[in-house]
Design a protein around this ligand. Structure first.
Ligand code: F6P
Length: 321
């Protein structure tokens, strides 16, 4: 019988992580478990930065962005020696189950820990929406709304100056933030790693846009598609004659109070994680699939194909210019 459960957040912070921590701690305590938090992700695990918590520890955090547990990207944890130290730290506190909230790197760390005998449960916490085991990740909806708020503002100035604005959004190697925000904003072009265009194709399209009746244009591009989107915009201006600017939204996309959707999703997933722990289910990741909260083993999750959203791509040509 599991008695002591720890929770940590790792990788890029995402709005809604706090709501998940709250749900995990509160429902864990309700189920008679002793609840612990680990600060600064796997880095804090190696250092033994661990604390036992009560229900008041998670009061008034459901609406807060970031993560009260802090986060880190630990290179050290990629080494087995560091992971063994982490296992020892958990054993010192009598913690037999660890819930990790993060993205694919976090899941990989948890899988490796599970191979060393620690029961690990993963919750998808990343704005990137790049985990195949969940239709939506905690933080994606909030980041999407933040992007839309920024694009709404950029639209005003873009239209006033009759320019083209290329907006670079996050997503790591996943185009979901670009795709969904592009649809939500009805932009002229969406460029993602899944649907890339050659430089010539982009130039030709922008040139055509600049000579249309409606001149101003918005383009959304995933990060890492262009090595430097600012220089690319200058090149576009020179080569097409259509005045083009670029904006990199950057880490502001990760901040802010979580949307209602993310709070509810995080709460459902946090409570579900405790439910499956109590049932004795080991070493899985939690996701939302077709509206239901479900779980997959680490191996099943890693083997799932990438989401391509072909249905959404099909509708873009029907509604966007
Ligand atoms: O994974 C979340 C994310 O925000 C990615 O979209 C981005 O590529 C990365 O983290 C940036 O990480 P950092 O803030 O550590 O540079």
């Amino acid at each position: 019988m599991v008695k002591r459960v720890g929770v940590l957040t790792s990788g890029g912070d995402a709005p809604g992580m706090n709501a998940a921590i709250r749900a995990i701690v509160r429902s864990g305590l309700k189920n008679g478990l002793e609840m612990f938090v680990i600060y600064e992700g796997y880095k804090g695990l190696i250092e033994g930065n661990i604390e036992k918590v009560d229900r008041n520890f998670v009061s008034d955090i459901i609406n807060r962005g970031g993560t009260i547990l802090k986060s880190a990207r630990s290179r050290e944890f990629k080494e087995e020696a560091a992971r063994l130290i982490g296992v020892e730290q958990l054993k010192n506190f009598g913690i037999d189950t660890l819930i990790v909230i993060g993205g694919d790197g976090t899941y990989m760390g948890a899988k490796k820990l599970s191979e060393l005998g620690i029961n690990c449960i993963g919750l998808p916490g990343t704005i990137d929406n790049d985990l195949s085991s969940s239709d939506y990740t905690i933080g994606f909806d909030t980041a999407l709304n933040t992007i839309c708020e920024c694009v709404d503002k950029l639209r005003d100035t873009t239209a006033s100056h009759q320019r083209c604005t290329i907006i670079e959004v996050m997503g790591n190697k996943c185009g979901d933030l670009a795709l969904f925000s592009g649809v939500a904003e009805g932009v002229e072009m969406i460029i993602t790693p899944e649907h890339p265009y050659s430089e010539n194709e982009i130039m030709d399209r922008i040139k055509a846009l600049g000579t249309g009746k409606k001149k101003h244009s918005l383009i959304i591009v995933s990060e890492k598609v262009f090595p430097n989107v600012l220089s690319f915009a200058e090149k576009v201006t020179q080569e097409t004659g259509f005045e083009t600017r670029a904006e990199v939204l950057g880490r502001l996309q990760r901040g802010g109070s979580p949307s209602a959707y993310d709070r509810v999703l995080a709460t459902r997933m946090g409570v579900y994680a405790i439910e499956i722990i109590v049932k004795g289910i080991r070493n899985v990741v939690v996701g939302v699939v077709n509206g239901d909260i479900v779980h997959f083993t680490f191996d099943e999750a890693f083997a799932l194909p990438r989401k391509t959203h072909e249905d959404i791509h099909r509708l873009i040509s029907m509604v966007n210019r």
